[in-house]
Design a protein around this ligand. Structure first.
Ligand code: UDP
Length: 409
C-alpha cells in the first residue's frame, strides 16, 4: 500500500483554511521552479530532520524540490565539524592543509552533482558552501545557515565571507545572527512536522511498549534530554543538574542521543558520559523516532540545556506534546520558551536543578505550562509557516529575476 503523503491542507485544523489557501496561491505562481537542497548528512540532527519534511511539503504544493547529500572522507568531516564549532565561537587553527581538503572535497562533489538545470539552489550550513564556485548560476543560490552565529570566530568568518557573498541571499534562524556582509539576509526560525512518527499522537499502549522495549522505568517521574552527543548540548550539565535535583525529588534521568554522519566528535562525547550511568541515570544511543516521541510524552520535564543552539527542534517537539521544557538561555531557545510562562530558561546547573524540582513537585504547573507550550508551537513553530516563508523568498526572487530578465525567471 502506498501511504498518502502529507499535504498543505492537512495543516488546516491547526492554522485554518484561509492560511492554506493563501499558501497554495503563493505556490501556484512558482510552478516550473526546480529546487535542490544540499547538506551534509541524511540523518541525525535538525537539518536532516527539517529537510526530510520540508522537501516533501514543497513537492506537495507543486514545487519540484530535491535533496542531495554531499560525501566526504572522515578528515573532511573532522574539519567541517571544527568549522561548525568555530562558527559557534570556538578557536580554530585554519591551516592551509585544512582549507585545501575542504575546498577539494567540495570541488569533487560539485563535479558529481550537475546542478546546472536547477533554477533555485539551497545550500545548507558551511560543509557544502564552496559549491557555488563551480557552477554558472541558472537562478538564485541561497545559503541557509542553521548554526548559532551569536559570536562566530572572526578568522573563519573572514575566510568564508567572500564565498557567502557570492550567494543571492542568506537565511539565518534569528535576526540576532545577522552578519556584516553584502548579501541580503532573511530570518526563518525552523519548525516541526506534526505528522511524523516522532511528533504524531501516540496511544498510551504504544508509549509504554516503546519505553519497556528499552527497559526505561516509569515508576518515578522522568527527566529527559534528547540530543546529538555534542558538548554544546551540555550533557554533563544535565547529569549534574539531575543529581542536585534528586536531593529533593525522586526521579529518573534519560539521556537519549544519536550521532550524525557528519559529526565525528559524537562517539567520543557518548563514551565520556558512560561512567555516569547508574540505576537512575539511563544513557542511550539508539536511532528510534518512536522512542523520541514516547519519551517526550512520558517525561515530567524535558531539558535542552544547550550553551549554543541555532534553534532547538527538540524543544519545539517536546512543547508540541504538552511537556514543559527547561531550556538553556541561548540562541533560538530564547525565542521558543517564554521564561516562567510556557517553560523555563536557565543559565546554570543550579537553576536547572531548581526548575526540575519545582516542576516535578507541582503537577498543576506542569499542566499549565505544557498547555501553553503546545499552543506556542501551534501558533509559531509548525512547518507550514516555514514553507510560506520559503515561498515568499522564492516569489521575491521571481520578481527580481523577471524584472532583470535573468535566467531562472
Ligand atoms: N534526534 C533524534 N534522536 C536522538 C537525538 C536527536 O531523533 O537520539 C532528533 C531530534 O528529535 C531533533 C533533531 O534530532 O529532531 C535535533 O535537532 P535540534 O534542532 O534539536 O539540534 P541539532 O542536532 O540540529 O543541533
Amino acid at each position: 500500500m502506498v501511504e498518502r503523503m502529507v499535504q498543505a491542507e492537512d495543516y488546516e485544523p491547526f492554522v485554518g483554511g484561509e492560511t492554506i489557501e493563501r499558501i497554495q496561491k503563493k505556490a501556484k505562481s512558482l510552478a516550473g521552479l526546480h529546487v535542490v537542497n544540499i547538506n551534509s548528512t541524511y540523518y541525525g540532527g535538525g537539518v536532516a530532520e527539517l529537510l526530510s519534511s520540508t522537501s516533501l511539503l514543497m513537492n506537495s504544493v507543486g514545487i519540484k524540490t530535491g535533496w542531495r547529500v554531499i560525501q566526504g572522507p572522515p578528515d573532511f568531516f573532522s574539519i567541517t565539524k571544527k568549522m561548525h564549532n568555530a562558527l559557534q565561537g570556538d578557536e580554530i587553527n585554519l591551516s592551509e592543509r585544512k582549507m585545501e581538503i575542504y575546498e577539494e572535497v567540495i570541488q569533487e562533489n560539485a563535479i558529481r552533482n550537475h546542478l546546472d538545470s536547477h533554477n533555485m539552489v539551497i545550500i545548507h550550513d558551511p560543509q557544502p558552501l564552496p559549491m557555488i564556485h563551480h557552477y554558472k548560476k541558472n537562478g538564485p543560490w541561497v545559503w541557509r545557515c542553521h548554526i548559532d552565529l551569536t559570536s562566530p570566530n572572526r578568522e573563519l568568518w573572514d575566510y568564508l565571507a567572500p564565498t557567502i557573498e557570492k550567494y543571492d541571499a542568506v537565511i539565518l534562524s534569528l535576526k540576532d545572527y545577522a552578519q556584516n556582509i553584502k548579501t541580503p539576509q532573511v530570518f526563518f526560525m525552523p519548525a516541526i512536522d506534526p505528522f511524523k512518527i516522532k511528533n504524531r499522537e501516540m496511544s498510551e499502549e504504544e508509549m509504554k511498549e516503546r519505553l519497556a522495549h528499552y527497559e526505561i522505568p516509569t515508576d518515578l517521574p522522568l527527566v529527559v534530554q534528547i540530543s546529538r552527543f555534542d558538548r554544546w548540548k551540555d550533557p554533563l550539565g544535565v547529569i549534574q543538574a539531575f543529581h542536585l535535583a534528586r536531593k529533593e525529588v525522586d526521579c529518573t534521568l534519560v539521556l537519549l542521543g544519536n550521532v550524525a554522519t557528519d559529526d565525528p566528535e559524537g562517539a567520543e562525547i557518548y563514551e565520556s558520559l558512560l561512567d555516569s550511568r547508574e540505576e537512575r541515570v539511563i544513557i542511550l544511543s539508539v536511532q528510534d523516532t518512536a522512542l523520541v516521541n514516547a519519551l517526550q510524552r512520558q517525561a515530567a520535564v524535558v531539558l535542552q540545556k544547550s550553551i549554543r543552539e541555532g534553534f532547538g527542534l527538540t524543544v519545539a517537539e517536546a512543547m508540541w506534546k504538552g511537556t514543559p521544557v527547561i531550556g538553556g538561555n541561548a540562541g533560538g531557545i530564547r525565542y521558543q520558551i517564554e521564561d516562567g510562562v510556557n517553560g523555563f530558561l536557565v543559565s546554570s546547573v543550579e537553576e536547572a536543578a531548581e526548575r526540575i524540582v519545582r516542576l516535578i513537585k507541582d503537577q498543576k504547573l506542569r499542566e499549565e505550562m505544557g498547555k501553553k507550550a503546545k499552543e506556542t508551537v501551534r501558533e509559531k513553530f509548525l512547518l507550514i509557516r516555514y514553507l510560506e516563508q520559503y515561498l515568499d523568498l522564492f516569489n521575491a526572487f521571481e520578481t527580481i529575476y523577471r524584472l532583470k530578465g535573468l535566467p531562472g525567471s
